[in-house]
Ligand binder design. Structure first.
Ligand code: ATP
Ligand code: MG
Length: 394
């Protein structure tokens, strides 16, 4: 039996879609459409749903590394395995195991069978044991249930079975665009790109809004944010980034408000503009990268004083995460290297030496009566720059 006569496919398991009851087929259809968009240009016969699994049929196994890279970016994907198809008969599965392990270098192995079709006579455990001893006799290699070098995975469905040993684990979550739209406030720092990713992972259709203080600061932050959005676009394939100038507003705040409250008022201004903008664009929530207590502006009092200005819910997916966890995630989603590039963020540039750490809402609201920014808000909004970013391949 040669690998030439074998049909290679990719077997995909999804995550939470399986928990959906009434609208499961809606999520499945969207998930399949997203997979199809992600693997655009890679040769395959078709994508099919079978028994709560997705199969990308008839691929060239030499393209597996290309598929792996793309599939890793598909939200909702729990795992993907390169598999050889077999009839759901024991001897046929055994033949395909031969094809699978031929030329593979390993010292220990295990067999992990999932039998879904009860019409297949052997149980999962019997199949593990029988195939295990078959492989052991043939190769003289040892079975190791935990930490084996080669894990031979077998899924037995009614018509066909699938055998593979190379698996990627995805980010899970929900299919891209299965939820409504939200607007992410993105800086060129580490946190907000991770926060944006976490919401993309939950299926939210995320657009991005960045504030810059050009010409008081360089345009580097805009370039860095563009690169970050390009990376995040791997996961949702198309994104819109809006850039809005904040300098006039910051200058007015600095001329009227005591310096220890500056950052709070900058944040309020950002959130106010984001609210006006989001309502115009049918985005139903704002996303930020705040993590409780990380910096002065992210204490609960200050978050309250900032959020007060927002009619829309503010989603803060990182609120409970530690910095090292956020950094790990940033590395994992490939945003870290750009996030640590030096630039001047619009807020850090004007940070006072002793910022307020526990702003009283009443004090903030009292100061707010002295500040009329309506004209500046409209002015800033009229200067919005829009960038449409599409996933370009790799
Ligand atoms: P980040 O790493 O995301 O910049 P941070 O820890 O530096 O976060 P802050 O600078 O206090 O924290 O920003 C808190 C949040 O406010 C950010 O996560 C982001 O959502 C938003 N934000 C900050 N600066 C900007 C900006 N220039 N444009 C848009 N949103 C911003
Ligand atoms: Mg920042």
């Amino acid at each position: 039996m040669s690998s030439k006569s074998s049909t290679f496919s990719i077997l995909i398991h999804y995550s939470e879609i399986g928990l959906k009851k009434n609208n499961r087929s809606y999520f499945e259809r969207l998930f399949i459409r997203n997979i199809s968009n992600h693997i655009y240009g890679l040769k395959h016969k078709r994508i099919r749903l079978i028994s709560a699994r997705i199969l990308i049929e008839n691929i060239n196994p030499n393209d597996w590394h290309l598929f792996k890279n793309r599939l890793n970016n598909v939200m909702g994907l729990s795992s993907a395995i390169l598999v050889i198809e077999s009839k759901s008969e024991y001897l046929s599965i055994q033949d395909k195991v031969d094809v699978l392990i031929k030329g593979k270098n390993f010292n220990s192995f295990r067999v992990t069978t999932k039998r879904h079709a009860k019409s297949f006579k052997k149980t999962s455990i019997q199949t593990n044991v029988d195939l295990g001893s078959y492989i052991q006799k043939k190769t003289n290699k040892m079975v190791k249930l935990s930490g084996a070098e080669l894990n031979i995975m077998i899924e037995i469905l009614r018509e066909k079975s699938y055998i593979g040993c190379d698996k990627i684990v995805g980010f899970s979550g929900l299919p891209t665009r299965s939820q409504e739209k939200a607007l992410s406030l993105i800086s060129s720092g580490i946190d907000s790109p991770v926060a944006s990713f976490e919401m993309i992972k939950r299926g939210v259709n995320v657009s991005f809004l960045h504030f810059h203080s050009y010409p008081a600061t360089s345009k580097q932050s805009i370039d860095n944010v563009k690169q970050l959005v390009e990376i995040l676009t791997k996961y949702q394939l198309e994104s819109v980034l809006y850039c809005i100038p904040l300098l006039d507003i910051q200058e007015k705040i600095m001329s009227i408000i005591p310096d220890k409250f500056w950052v709070i008022f900058f944040r309020r201004a950002m959130l106010k503009i984001a609210n006006i903008f989001a309502l115009q664009n049918k985005q139903l929530a704002i996303i930020t990268g705040d993590s409780i207590g990380q910096v002065a502006s992210q204490t609960i009092s200050n978050i309250r004083a900032v959020s007060e200005i927002s009619d829309l819910p503010v989603l803060r997916p990182l609120s409970g995460m530690n910095k090292d966890e956020i950094i790990l995630k940033a590395k994992n989603i490939d945003t870290y290297d750009i996030s640590i590039k030096p630039d001047q963020d619009c807020c850090s540039y004007f940070v006072p030496i002793h910022p307020e750490t526990k702003a009283k809402l009443s004090e903030v609201l009292r100061l707010d009566t002295k500040l009329d920014l309506d004209v500046e808000y409209q002015n800033a909004l009229s200067k919005v720059e829009k960038f449409i970013i599409k996933f370009s391949g790799e």
